[in-house]
Design a protein. Structure first.
Length: 130
């Protein structure tokens, strides 16, 4: 008899596996295990890992410190994807090794943009309706 996961159980598992992968990737990049000159000279934050429902694909959101050389860092990560997939698969006990897809985390930029909009004099004037 096959057990089916309920939606809350499934989503908790996706979050747990994603967080575990985030920690592992952060550790690999922090220790400098990837022998790439671009990755060696940048501090990279892995901000989030989103897993697909079948756990076979992982979207990794990252941001280099201060946003410097973001495209070069993304290119280096994508070049070293096979190595990173092997390392993560070795450390995470799962049936299948997840395929990694690296994307820049734009949430910081979006937050800064919204903050700047809220601080604009025109908006501040409209908010001060006391």
């Amino acid at each position: 008899m096959k057990r089916t996961d309920t939606t809350p159980d499934r989503s908790v598992r996706l979050l747990r596996v994603g967080e575990q992968m985030r920690h592992i990737l952060s550790e690999i990049l922090q220790r400098g295990d990837v022998h790439d000159p671009t990755l060696a000279k940048h501090v990279i934050s892995v901000t989030e890992v989103r897993m697909s429902p079948d756990l076979r694909h992982a979207t990794v959101f990252m941001k280099p410190l201060l946003g410097q050389d973001e495209e070069a860092v993304l290119k280096a990560l994508r070049t070293n994807t096979a190595y990173l997939q092997r390392e993560v698969a070795h450390r995470v006990q799962m049936k299948y090794a997840a395929k990694l897809k690296f994307l820049a985390d734009e949430s910081f930029d979006e937050g800064a943009h919204v903050d700047a909009l809220l601080r604009a004099p025109e908006v501040a004037r409209d908010l001060d309706t006391d």
